[in-house]
Design a protein. Sequence first.
Length: 262
Amino acid sequence: MKKIHTAKMRPWVICLGFLLFIGCASTRAQLGGELNHGSKIMVIGDSLTVGPFGDYLQDWLLRNLPQSQVAIYASCGSSPEHWMISKPNFITPCGYRETTPYSRKLTKYQDGRKPTPTVTPKIETLLKKFRPDVLVIQLGTNHFDTVEKKGDKAIPELREIYRQFSKTIIANRGNLKMVYWITPPDASKYSTSVKTQVQKIIHENNRNHGFREFYSGEKIRYVKGVSGTDGVHLNREAAYLWFVRAGVDLRWQLRTRGMMLR
């Protein structure tokens, strides 16, 4: 094999490589800083956060922090693309949670009646309005459907969606010091291949942008008839187990940055 002498490399090649390295490093370094007990936490999620997992997470946060430091938004059926201003509005037909210092709203199916349709808020607006120090994301579940229907053709499109979503967060970060992504738990409705592909996309995106992560897939197993009835949504018992495992990790991650929650 012919040896490549770096001394003979063209200056523009070396420069380009250096700029690419700096670009990747700066993306990772854009979030950081110490937290404290006055830091604000914002959560966004899909139907799993509208449901019992969201109940447990909300109760825990509000036991530890005043309402002025907590904001939770969850939209059933949503995925990252639905939370960006650059994409069309997504009106959730199946449930919505909003718990903030200024409002409290929870709509879901009750006695067979459909919840009130609600427009999913945009992440740029939420970051500017609430100015959180920590952003907790629970999204990705609905992309299991996307990969199941479109197969491998969906992968490049989803990678780009997660990249755009993450860039949007960083561009509008304000006070943001940490992003913590809770990946989708197991769902028996979908094949292992489908779930693995979506989890891999989210994991690689988090690594590329310096986001912290709780990898739910291997820690939560969905047993139909035990964990829930539809192969996706968790009953209260299974959701509590997920919350406990994710919550222990989130509490530790916050503590390493100076924010002590019980």
